[in-house]
Design a protein around this ligand. Sequence first.
Ligand SMILES: NC(=O)c1ccc[n+]([C@@H]2O[C@H](COP(=O)([O-])OP(=O)(O)OC[C@H]3O[C@@H](n4cnc5c(N)ncnc54)[C@H](O)[C@@H]3O)[C@@H](O)[C@H]2O)c1
Length: 356
Amino acid sequence: MEKYTHVVITGGAGFVGSNLALKMKAAAPHLRITCLDNLKRRGSELAIKRLKDADIEFMHGDIRAKEDLVFDKIDLLIECSAEPSVLAGINSAPDYLINTNLIGTLNCLEVARQHNADTLFLSTSRIYPISYINDLKFEETDTRFTILDDQKLPGASSEGIAENFPLDAPRSLYGSTKLASELFINEYVDSYGMRAITNRCGVITGPWQMGKVDQGIFVLWVAKHYFKQSLSYIGYGGDGKQVRDFIHIDDLFDAIWLQLNNFDEYNGQTWNIGGGKANSVSLQELTALCEEITGNTIDIAHVAENRPADLRFFITDSSRFLKKSGLSWNKDARQTVQDIHDWIKANEADLEPILK
Ligand SMILES: NC(=O)c1ccc[n+]([C@@H]2O[C@H](COP(=O)([O-])OP(=O)(O)OC[C@H]3O[C@@H](n4cnc5c(N)ncnc54)[C@H](O)[C@@H]3O)[C@@H](O)[C@H]2O)c1
């Protein structure tokens, strides 16, 4: 990281952005880090003090407004700002989603080009088409749906979805804004010789995620157990057998840190990064862990009808990245739920109005 002096993290008061900023500053104290955020996500305001206490600059700004994106010379830009909900725009106008996730990301890309800054972009597994995932062959066990090995489509196996999974079908408005951004990043790399890394992440979770019904399901699940409220299993029969893999923010940081320190090796490419089969749980299985760790059992309703854009399962096949990097993930489901629980307990007064 010696080559970098000033890093800008957009969405820097959000879950991923603020965690990356704090971990980067701890690992490389020489870095000047500026976190820009419009504080749209409820709870992101709690990051401001944490950032300032760590000598990280906070800028209140909006990536939709080019005039907000004025910085002293920067040499690394990490784009973490987003409307991150897959339900965004489904029953409402898509303006905020498109103006932030696509136009705003393009504004950030322009800033990076003008500063000749390396760029790292947080994309999503949601760029993979919904119907193709839901049409995969699967098996239903007592507690979850599992993807079978034998699939017609490339890039799909029991290990999950890999980068070569086909992309030619709808994926949600959210996923489309991210895929469109990915395409522009590739063009900026090609046309302007910029250096950029794109990470397609599955579910990311851990402390300081402000979980809500439409985003941050792990934290939502732990919080509802902790505060003894109710939940619902929605869709696919209403039994809570949907499966997601997850990556703990600490493991994601290790992956990004390695990429930044070896930028040339990852430059110009798109990487799946997610917890994978070993770090996957169904909602039912997550409930059991939450009950064990919080000691609370809550009412969970059963709603059979599917929610728009929902998936029966998603597992990220990150084998290309894991093989190249030599990394393996440290935080399993039990440890992750424990970390989230301990964080809520330690910050209960601040978090109760947000997570309850
Ligand atoms: N958390 C996940 O499970 C996950 C999975 C895959 C990809 N991602 C991607 O990772 C990135 C970070 O997500 P996160 O989980 O930290 O979400 P988050 O909502 O916690 O953080 C996003 C931050 O962006 C800010 N923001 C929103 N609109 C803005 C705008 N117009 N200008 C400036 N700031 C704005 C919000 O206030 C928030 O603090 C996003 O790009 C998201 O799409 C997240």
